[in-house]
Design a protein around this ligand. Structure first.
Ligand code: C5P
Length: 233
């Protein structure tokens, strides 16, 4: 099968919109491959920090991108309940999920992601996840830039307050207590950087279906999306 005929479902949206959880469940339901593109930016952020590479040292960052190998592992007993804890991310065969999830790593990833050359270097890496029988790809520019020919595109939103609350709950589960104010500020800062960068800003593809998850459960969103996808098959 040539890669361009392998179906891709893209799920884009801001931090905390629920796209990760939804993309993972959808991939499991459809038995498709899964790409968390944010994890690639985070992996680059982690590795560059470990190697003391400055965020503006483009040449070293590009060399790092070339050598970086990221793969995902999902091990969940129940396809309808796959949380972050069921996903492993291997960076050059080292499991790094916990390190990637920190706010610090997210902020550094967002900083690197605003550099056009870094985005370009990660483009082919992201496209290499397109394998039969299909791919669910989540991120910020999956439908607009990385897979513009995807067969189904979704853009998830939720109010900033709801997204900060979700993040607070997630941290609490990990035993970390965080106040809402700083989480909200982090989310708004990241949104603004992602929406206003010159290359691949966060925005819905013109052919994406918008889904506001503020008042919907994960299950309701997954069902809605799965219904649309099945209707297209
Ligand atoms: O999705 P996640 O929060 O893991 O992404 C971390 C950061 O990586 C985002 O804030 C964004 O700046 C960047 N990113 C991006 N394009 C993507 C995925 C993530 O710019 N497709």
């Amino acid at each position: 099968m040539s890669s361009s005929v392998i179906p891709v479902i893209t799920i884009d949206g801001p931090a905390g919109s629920g796209k990760g959880t939804i993309a993972r469940q959808l991939a499991a339901i459809l038995s498709y491959h899964y790409l968390d593109s944010g994890a690639l930016y985070r992996a680059l952020a982690l590795q560059s920090q470990e190697q003391n590479i400055k965020p503006d040292d483009c040449e070293s960052l590009l060399a790092l991108c070339q050598k970086m190998n990221v793969r995902f592992g999902v091990s969940a007993p129940d396809k309808s309940n796959i949380s972050q804890e069921h996903v492993s991310v291997y960076l050059n065969d080292r499991e790094v999920m916990e390190e990637l999830r920190t706010e610090d790593c997210a902020a550094r990833a967002s900083q690197l992601a605003s550099q056009p050359k870094v985005r370009e270097a990660l483009l082919n890496k992201q496209r290499s996840f397109r394998k039969a029988p299909g791919l669910v790809a989540e991120g910020r520019d999956m439908g607009t830039v990385v897979f513009p020919d995807a067969e189904s595109k979704f853009f998830l939103t939720a109010s900033p307050k709801e997204r900060a609350l979700r993040r607070q709950k997630q941290l609490k589960k990990q035993g970390i207590s965080a106040s809402l104010g700083p989480l909200l500020t982090d989310i708004e800062t990241r949104d603004s950087r992602d929406q206003n960068r010159k290359v691949s800003p966060l925005r819905p593809a013109t052919d994406a279906l918008l889904v506001d998850s503020t008042e919907l459960s994960i299950e309701q969103v997954v069902n809605r999306i799965a219904e649309v996808v099945r209707g297209r098959h």
